[in-house]
Write a protein that binds this ligand. Structure first.
Ligand SMILES: NC(=O)c1ccc[n+]([C@@H]2O[C@H](COP(=O)([O-])OP(=O)(O)OC[C@H]3O[C@@H](n4cnc5c(N)ncnc54)[C@H](OP(=O)(O)O)[C@@H]3O)[C@@H](O)[C@H]2O)c1
Length: 178
């Protein structure tokens, strides 16, 4: 996710600060990151402030700390935190039951966001032909480069998932049908 997020943010004209391990530093710099913070030795919240927004891929503590590094009123969007009420209403078009469940599940996060005068949204992956076509156009024109880490034959699909679950993949893990 990060390998695409950095490239898309650069395409949108953003200045990008990201965390990475020493193993990932070269890659994120090649993808366009302007500032790289080594999360194995540094706390990003000590080095970053007044950001216009955060895109969080980790959840947990990283997400909670992200609220402290944005400008007042700025948005923290996570794909790894807790869904919140707008996820149920706007993204999933569901009713009161799920809205109430997500309200409860995200209560702590929304409270942390409020304490820092930040806004919180959870982003659910959703099927969109139009957005996929736009991504395909950006890839074909060379604006975005998909990063492929490893390719597994279908017979080794279990190994592919096990590798993904290590959380160490650098880019996409591909399973081929042959
Ligand atoms: N909401 C949705 O619809 C949706 C859809 C798809 C995925 N997701 C979620 O999105 C998250 C990201 O997915 P992914 O496939 O990109 O992830 P991933 O495989 O978990 O991420 C791997 C990368 O994260 C780096 N990393 C690990 N810990 C880090 C830290 N503390 N700071 C910075 N980088 C760190 C690793 O680098 P090193 O090995 O160098 O440490 C590795 O390059 C997952 O939690 C996944 O469940 C959500």
């Amino acid at each position: 996710m990060g390998t695409f997020a950095i490239q898309i943010a650069k395409w949108l004209g953003a200045e990008v600060t990201t965390t990475a391990s020493p193993r990932g530093k070269g890659l994120v710099e090649r993808l366009g990151a302007d500032v790289v913070i080594d999360y194995t030795t540094q706390r990003f919240e000590d080095h970053v402030r007044d950001m216009d927004g955060v895109f969080d891929l980790l959840g947990g503590d990283t997400l909670t700390k992200s609220f402290s590094v944005v400008k007042p009123g700025a948005m923290v969007v996570s794909i790894a935190g807790m869904p919140e009420p707008a996820t149920a209403q706007k993204d999933l078009k569901r009713g009161l039951g799920l809205t109430a469940l997500f309200w409860l599940a995200s209560f702590g996060l929304r409270r942390s966001a409020k304490r820092h005068n930040a806004r919180y949204r959870y982003l659910f992956m959703h099927p969109s032909g139009a957005e996929l076509a736009e991504l395909a156009r950006l890839i074909e024109s060379g604006t975005l480069t998909p990063i492929i880490d490893r390719v597994f034959p279908f017979a080794e699909i279990n190994d592919a998932f096990a590798y993904l679950e290590t959380g160490r993949a650098k880019g996409k893990v591909i399973v081929t049908m042959v």
